[in-house]
Design a protein around this ligand. Structure first.
Ligand SMILES: [Mg+2]
Length: 388
């Protein structure tokens, strides 16, 4: 049986605002627009604001009527992403199999990791503590045998919640659950189910799979049949194979100098590495794309037998690929990394990698504080040869 942990930050944007503005503690905060913003929509409401009936996706104008003394903030996405990056970088410490769901949410497949903890409760608690220590804000955690139940469990005792659902708890837990809480049942499907007098999970249980499929459609019928029994086989999927992060640049004039192209690769490698680390991923494949003066375009890639997220590896591999190409004047150059995992499968020579990853951490910290590109490695600076 699997052990899945779902982590969800509590009123995330509002929590970050409180973190940065202690004077907001205990106040109703509404993120999404200024109070007089005519078209704004609430993206997050603090728990204090929710007491006034304010919730996400509500027009700001309505929130302003419900909660006239609330503090209305347009929101600072860059800052939320920064804290999100800190949180997502914690997850690989707990499991090699992480599925990031959103800016403040993830599934962790903890199967086989349980024995590192005295109990499942302790396991959830240690993740909550780690996030609190690192960022100063609280998360809710649900632990269950599958994704569907783990997500329900994290939601159950929000904020700062922790709920472990064991197999013997599942039936009782689901019995009185409204059908709208079943994964994949949106407002439309909910209305269909209500018309059949299926309002709670307990109303679904007496019906056969065939009956449900005939009455609500094949896909939805089988979905609610299994979910209402607590069955969900979806795996925790770390990033899909298709995903990649890349940068490319088209030059104002065709370039042939290897030292110039090398410097461009270094710059793009740092940008790609930065984004990779900000998203908490590791990659195994580096690709380059080269378009020549005659528009002939070639790509070359190399897959390593370990995962990386450091600029050095990206640059070294990209340069190696470029050096194998017979150079003609180049009009476009690109670097891409792909083949992601959410955690590191370190190289056998992990000690060799350490200094480089420490340098990356330091550079990222500085870049985060100022702006991406504030600090770069010497090799990205124009050399005499290439700038001439
Ligand atoms: Mg959340």
């Amino acid at each position: 049986m699997r052990t899945i942990m779902h982590v969800d930050m509590d009123a995330f944007f509002a929590a970050v605002e409180v973190l940065d503005h202690p004077e907001y503690i205990g106040k109703p905060l509404i993120i999404g627009g200024r109070k007089d913003s005519p078209r704004g929509v609430v993206s997050t409401a603090s728990y204090e604001a929710r007491k006034f009936g304010v919730h996400s996706a509500m027009p700001i104008a309505k929130a302003a009527l419900l909660c006239p003394d609330g503090i209305f903030i347009p929101g600072r996405m860059a800052r939320y992403q920064e804290v999100s990056g800190q949180i997502h970088r914690i997850f690989p410490e707990f499991s090699p199999l992480v599925e990031p769901l959103s800016i403040d949410e993830a599934f962790l497949d903890m199967s086989g990791c349980e024995h590192f903890y005295p109990s499942l409760e302790e396991m959830g608690h240690s993740l909550k503590c780690r996030i609190k220590d690192q960022t100063g804000i609280t998360a809710s955690v649900g632990i269950a045998p599958n994704k569907f139940l783990a997500k329900l469990a994290s939601d159950w005792q929000k904020p700062d919640g922790l709920l472990v659902l064991r197999p013997q708890d599942i039936q009782g837990f689901l019995h009185d659950l409204p059908v709208g809480k079943l994964w994949g049942v949106g407002q439309k499907s909910e209305a269909v189910l209500h018309r059949l007098n299926l309002r709670y999970v307990r109303d679904i249980l007496p019906h056969s799979l065939t009956w449900l499929q005939e009455n609500v459609g094949s896909a939805l019928g089988s979905q609610i049949y299994y979910l209402s029994r607590g069955i969900d086989e979806r795996p925790v999927a770390s990033e899909t194979e298709a995903q990649s992060i890349g940068h490319e640049i088209t030059f104002a004039e065709d370039r042939k100098s290897l030292s110039f192209l090398r410097q461009q690769l270094a710059q793009m490698g740092e940008k790609v590495g930065w984004r990779l680390r900000e998203q908490g991923f590791y990659a195994r494949t580096v690709s380059i794309k080269v378009r020549f003066y005659d528009f002939k375009t070639i790509t070359r890639s190399h897959t390593l037998n370990y995962s990386f997220n450091d600029d050095d590896t990206i640059f070294r591999e990209a340069l190696h690929l470029l050096e194998q190409i017979k150079l003609q004047p180049v009009r476009l150059l690109g670097v891409t990394v792909s083949n992601f995992s959410a955690g590191a499968q370190l190289s056998l020579f992990a000690t060799d990698d350490q200094p480089s990853s420490q340098v990356n951490e330091l550079m990222d910290a500085i870049n985060r504080k100022f702006q991406p590109g504030a600090i770069t490695k010497g090799r990205t600076l124009p050399t005499d040869e290439s700038s001439s």
